[in-house]
Design a protein around this ligand. Sequence first.
Ligand SMILES: Nc1ncnc2c1ncn2[C@@H]1O[C@H](COP(=O)(O)OP(=O)(O)OP(=O)(O)O)[C@@H](O)[C@H]1O
Ligand SMILES: [Mg+2]
Length: 611
Amino acid sequence: MQKRIVFLIIINLVIILASLGIISHLSIDASINRSLENRLALANIVGQYIDHVLETNLKRLYDISLSGKIDFHDGEWGPERKALKTAFEYSIFTDRIFLMDTYGNVVIAYPHTEEERVNLLSIPYVRRTLAEMKPVISDVYTVSPTLKKVIFALVPLKNKNGEIVGVAGGEIDPTNYLLAHAIKSVYMEPDTYIELMDSRGVIIASNDPRKILTCSQQNKFLNVLIADRKGSVINCHRCKESYPGNKRERDMLAFAPLSVAPWGVSVRDPREKVFAPSISLRKGFLVLSVVSIFTGLLLAVGLSKGIVRPIHSLIGATQKIARGNLQDPIEVSTKDEIGTLGVSFDEMRIRLAESVESIQRYSAELENRVADRTRELLQSKEKLAVLLREVINAEEAERKRIARELHDDTSQSLNATMISLDSIISRFSDYDPVGKQLRQIREQCMSMLKGVHRLVNDLRPPVLDDLGLESAIKWVLEKHLGERGIPYYITTKGDSEGWKARFQGVPDYGKIELVLFRVIQEAIINVSKHADAEHVFVSLIFGDSGIEIEIEDDGKGFDLEGVLESARDGTYIGLGLLGMEERIALLDGKLNVWSEPGMGTRIKVYVPILT
Ligand SMILES: Nc1ncnc2c1ncn2[C@@H]1O[C@H](COP(=O)(O)OP(=O)(O)OP(=O)(O)O)[C@@H](O)[C@H]1O
Ligand SMILES: [Mg+2]
């Protein structure tokens, strides 16, 4: 969250700075353009002034023709000289004014010079004037052999009859006062240069005297502008050749061409000066950006910490609560929304602590109650176990008593009856009907005696006492299945004899064996009574700590849940499945029954023997 706040503030700041920068850049650009336009306007004004000066001088030359005194053939040169003198005095022609014929021969000059009669046809400007018969103002021209630099102003010359008879020309010193004055009269800031230059870039006049008659670097480009009579603002550089010792510098140049002469006026400023506002804006803006981003960053971090820290402490407090610590109060350090949130959290904590306390109290009460109930249940279970044990004991004692009575009393009486019957029967012949009846009674007594013996055996099988559990189980299997033709298979794991010897000393061992025997006996009787089984499998495992017995038949099976339900309802009593379960539970053992109609039945009994 802290990072997000810092990021958002910085983005905001950057957007503000960028917008500010763009607006300032645009307005500075507009002001630079305006100042460049002003420079161009200045160059135009100076150019127009110089045009005016040149035009005035061309007029002076035209005035010679207009004087009506020109006649090369009358042999009189006085009138021509006078016209020349007048023109010279009212012009800026510094060196001389001359008239030439159509062959380029100078016929008269004022003031008079030695080379008066020379032919000037070699000068291209002269040739041009003669060919075109139009006024021409030359660039700075170097006259040979004197190497004097002059500017020619040439116009067609007419005689007094109005016929063109040659050219009237004037020579202007490039350093002429009027031209220089036109340039110097304009106030320029230091570093700003105003220059008058010809079409070849030769500087005719400048506010920097060092540059007069030197060559401007941009002559080619300016030549094009002069030819096109176009003003422009251009980007150029000043070479160190023109300023020995100076480095190459970039300039902004506003250029206005003249209309009378193939010249132009340039106003030149170092680029740094023109763009100084933009550069200083950029620098200032850079400093402002760095400072504002830095302060913004500090602000953002401070602000986000101010927000995030209390939130973190709130998160820590809620985590404590989540871990279950409801005792430590939540510290609230601010009075803003987060502070209010903290107060609400603390109220929640107090309520939660109260409800947790009441829940704990309630659950402790509940636990006590459950413990009481459990204790009561255990006590009643123990009582039940004692009762059940007593019932088993009583049942076994009763079985023994009945068996003894049947054996000692009933069977002895039957034996005595049979002995008495035998002595009476011997008195009757085999064909005597009374004898026959007596023998039938004796047979009935005999079968009664057998029944009594079987009953005695069932009530108290002698094999369990004499031969042990394994033999007793085998005896039951044979008696209830084998004798009825149901095949059974018995497997034994472990040493049953050694096992018996090992656990003989364990208290209640006899009772364990007896309960196990009764349970197995019941299961086997159930198979013989209900299963209609074709095979019965019995497995005995005599383990180190207990015994496991499994009885499985492939008979018709039954609905286990339904039977147990009706057993619990008390529909029947006795050693049924429920009785088996209860008896095994008394020995801390386990009884599992698996059965489904048509799927046979499997019963597994496990009883631990605790030494
Ligand atoms: N191996 C078996 N195969 C098929 N049915 C069985 C088997 N064992 C038990 N049953 C069914 O379970 C019922 C309950 O058996 P349980 O031993 O509890 O009672 P019982 O044998 O009918 O009566 P009692 O055992 O009291 O003389 C039986 O009536 C019988 O329908
Ligand atoms: Mg039964």
